[in-house]
Design a protein around this ligand. Structure first.
Ligand SMILES: [Zn+2]
Length: 371
């Protein structure tokens, strides 16, 4: 028996997968068309945060499901779906940037000083979780050694595929040269041009487009996101990214938007102090690159407004942006945009956050001041 909590989680997982296939209905139909004659490798590519990984997971689940629904979706209730949900279906493997248990054990032995330096480079990159390393591909050997457990396909989902390092990508290429029977590699990539061209050419390609904005907003609303249209616009139309933005952007978002819309009335010193505090309160990764993304989007909107074009991101602040646009000039905006790109690079490792913010806001305010 499942507890109420488990039941809720179970329902939510399958609801999420099903609504992703509805949101990307055209892509889902193309995937279904491949079902009759499954290729050895499929590459789903498209902008970050579209829901490609969920789409791939929904497809994998539908291939494993033992009681397929009429629209091609997994049932969510059979034994295979149950294992899939628990992450232990014997015919499914997932390769991601996460550090594997094996690698963690190795890391422990590195700390204990019993490591050889042979794989030291890989260990190092793996510790930061930035790459999918060859060890993960080697772990698939035993997966291939035995036949499919449930007389269906074996599936390996790789996400994001561009983080396969060279050795790992070559190892997969090798497998694809003599592909094991009934085995599907499902590669998911935000940046397919970073994949080995030889690997890319071995895959059937599915480019997943941006979903319709209204449907995406409804999808987000159903997932429990407030102000879905606003977040969706800020995410450039990618629903998964909208959820991430909403989750990661907390205390500094409102003061930043407030400061930006003040234009020439911006109080630089006080604003910088205020935002420094909010940014420093963020736990985990450095929030400054995201902060800079937000300001870059604001500038894109301002630039559009200067040209009397509809803005794209800050829909809720449209009137303010249009008013600011009247005080600025295209030549100043272009110059500032270049400075912004420079600041964007510095934001990865700012030496002094307060100075960085002051410098940024002084330059921003100058956009609206007669000179
Ligand atoms: Zn099922």
């Amino acid at each position: 028996m499942k507890t109420a909590e488990e039941e809720k989680r179970h329902a939510e997982i399958w609801r999420q997968l099903r609504s992703t296939t509805e949101l990307h209905a055209a892509s889902w139909q193309r995937l279904q068309a491949w079902r009759a004659r499954l290729p050895h490798a499929l590459l789903l590519s498209g902008a970050r945060g579209l829901g490609k990984q969920d789409l791939a997971r929904a497809f994998a689940a539908s291939l494993l499901c033992e009681s397929l629904q009429i629209n091609g979706s997994a049932c969510g209730e059979c034994a295979a779906c149950h294992w899939f949900e628990q992450g232990n279906h014997p015919d499914f493997r997932m390769l991601t940037k996460e550090v594997s248990m094996k690698a963690m054990d190795k890391e422990k032995s590195v700390k204990a000083g019993v490591s050889t330096d042979k794989d030291e480079k890989e260990e190092k990159s793996n510790r930061s979780g930035q790459e999918i390393i060859i060890d993960r591909v080697r772990e698939l050997d035993e997966f291939f050694a035995v036949g499919s457990h449930r007389q269906k396909s074996r599936i390996i989902l790789i996400y994001p595929a561009e983080s396969l390092n060279a050795a790992a990508a070559n190892a997969i290429l090798k497998v694809l040269e003599e592909p094991p029977a009934n085995t599907l590699f499902l590669l998911v990539s935000n940046e397919p041009m970073r994949l080995l061209p030889t690997l890319r050419s071995r895959c059937q390609n599915l480019a997943v487009p941006l979903p319709d904005a209204r449907e995406a907003a409804a999808f987000l609303g159903a997932s429990g996101l407030n102000e879905a249209a606003t977040w969706l616009a800020l995410a450039g139309g990618a629903p998964g990214l909208a959820i991430q933005l909403a989750a990661k952007t907390t205390d500094w978002a409102a003061p930043l938007t407030d400061a930006l819309q003040r234009g020439d009335r911006l109080e630089v010193i006080a604003t910088a102090a205020n935002l420094e505090k909010a940014l420093k309160a963020v736990k985990g990764e450095n929030p400054l690159p995201m902060f800079m993304d937000w300001t870059q989007k604001w500038l894109v909107d301002l630039n559009l407004a200067v040209q009397h074009l509809p803005i794209r991101f800050y829909l809720a602040q449209r009137a303010k942006i249009e008013a600011l646009a009247q005080k600025s000039q295209p030549v100043k905006l272009t110059r500032f945009y270049r400075q912004l790109l420079q600041l964007r690079r510095e934001s990865e490792h700012p030496l002094n956050l307060r100075l960085f913010l002051e410098q940024f806001f002084f330059r921003y305010r100058a956009l609206f001041v007669e000179s």
